[in-house]
Write a protein that binds this ligand. Structure first.
Ligand code: PLP
Length: 429
């Protein structure tokens, strides 16, 4: 081991020890330090290379260290990182314009994260439902919010209140009142729970943490028609599935109608923290100065970076690439499903892919890490793949190669019952 490596290892060990001692233990993390990335690869402190199919949990749409993004950060950080939302900056208006153009929505509010965008949407729904001329102290019976079972919308109070998974919500009760959950894609259940006091239906166009489940067209259409009929809002959370991941700018663009509010975040500023609410003019017309705000949201440097991100989506074939590479990945895994019976289903669109297993996904994630592949597991049984939009066919092949090795290796140490089932499945082919 040379001196540089020894020093790097010492620094990494010290950083791990500090993390262990001083951080709140909110995550079960691998004892690894990642130091940098290049395109769809990341490197740890030992110099080991990993193919990144997690993308910072759907954030790094352009991969790591994209030259144009680095250039904009360098340029703008030397000019103004933060000003104040009491003034205009050069980039916030143009970024809002671009988002309006690609989404079909009308107005934008910038936040710092996905969960904050969701909070803002919920506040806007309650505001919209209140008669414009009513005193602020007047009770507002139109306060019910319908969310979906299996949903995930973030970690702040409003967001956990509309997040179905109990472990995320129950420790923090009492939550925001007025929320009820509808069975996923169940139109009859939606109809039975909807009434004139509903102010919003909120859903993820494709559920992410829940295991990559797309909302059906029938459910979307009924949610749209009921909310329109009763002057309630349809809010879609595109924090994970939006901004190019499906091969379209927004996942909802496969439907023939638009929502009233859209929450976005993750890839928007290529890894810097930026979220946004996209609103219809009807909702925007109820907003006045002081009703909502943020210190950091929409600063000049971060908006310049987001503009560059959107320019890259527009000027290159990156959306087409996301759709095509996604199809290659799903096709490849479908083939592997013929060989490995514990692959139950492959779901998703573009580069938002869930591989549901009949067995616990944890050992697959651990084995992939050993073999230089980053993936994660959500809802215990679903392996989630969220690679950068820029991946090439060669990198898809590389992924499929490692993934097959991982499946083969883990299947050897499966319990006897599963191995027998696997053998029967292979023999039957
Ligand atoms: N909504 C969805 C669908 C998400 O996937 C996430 C994060 O994973 C959030 C909301 C919360 O976003 P953030 O972590 O930026 O607050």
């Amino acid at each position: 081991m040379n001196r540089a490596t020894t020093t790097r290892n010492k620094v990494a060990s010290a950083a791990l020890a500090d993390a262990e001692k001083y951080l709140l233990p909110t995550y079960k993390r691998q004892p690894l330090i990642f130091t940098h990335g290049r395109g769809p690869y990341v490197f740890d402190s030992n110099g080991k290379k990993y193919l990144d199919f997690l993308g910072g949990i759907a954030v790094n749409g352009l991969g790591h260290a994209h030259a144009n993004i680095v250039k904009v950060i360098r340029r703008e950080s030397a000019r103004a990182i933060h000003l104040s939302n009491l003034f205009h900056n050069e980039f916030q208006g143009p970024l809002a314009k671009k988002l309006v153009e690609i989404s079909g929505m009308d107005r934008v509010f910038f936040s710092n994260s996905g969960t904050e965008a969701i909070e803002g949407c919920l506040k806007l729904a309650r505001l919209y439902a209140r008669p414009a001329d009513a005193p602020v102290t007047a009770p507002n019976p139109k306060d019910r919010i319908l969310a979906l079972e299996n949903s995930f919308h973030g970690r702040t109070f409003g967001a956990v209140s509309i997040t179905a998974t109990e472990k995320y919500r129950l420790p923090f009760a009492p939550l925001v009142p007025g929320v009820e959950f509808v069975k996923f894609n169940d139109v009859a259940d939606l109809e039975s729970k909807f009434d004139k006091n509903v102010c919003a239906v909120v859903l993820e166009t494709i559920q992410g943490e829940g295991g990559i489940y797309p909302v059906s067209e029938a459910f979307w259409n009924r949610a749209r028609s009921l909310t329109s009929q009763h002057d309630a809002l349809l809010i879609t959370d595109e924090i994970q599935c939006g901004l190019g991941r499906t091969g379209r700018y927004f996942a909802y663009q496969k439907f023939s109608s638009r929502p009233d509010l859209v929450a976005i975040a993750k890839p928007l500023a290529a890894g810097l923290p930026l979220g946004a609410i996209l609103a219809s003019e009807a909702v925007a017309s109820r907003v006045s100065p002081g009703v909502h705000g943020t210190t950091f949201g929409g600063g000049p440097m971060i908006c310049a970076v987001a503009l560059e991100f959107l320019k890259i989506l527009e000027k290159t074939k990156i959306l087409t690439n996301a759709a095509a590479r996604g199809a290659e990945i799903r096709g490849g895994i479908q083939k592997l499903a013929g060989k490995y019976s514990f692959i139950k289903e492959v779901r998703g669109e573009g580069l938002m892919i869930g591989v549901e297993l009949t067995v616990d996904g944890t050992p697959f994630v651990a084995e992939a890490l050993k073999r230089g592949l980053l993936i994660n597991c959500t809802h215990e049984f679903t392996l989630r793949l969220l690679p950068a939009f820029i991946i090439s066919t060669k990198q898809v092949r590389e992924f499929l190669g490692i993934f097959e090795e991982v499946l083969g290796h883990v299947s050897k140490s499966m319990p006897a019952t599963e191995t027998a089932r696997q053998a029967a499945h292979t023999a039957a082919r």
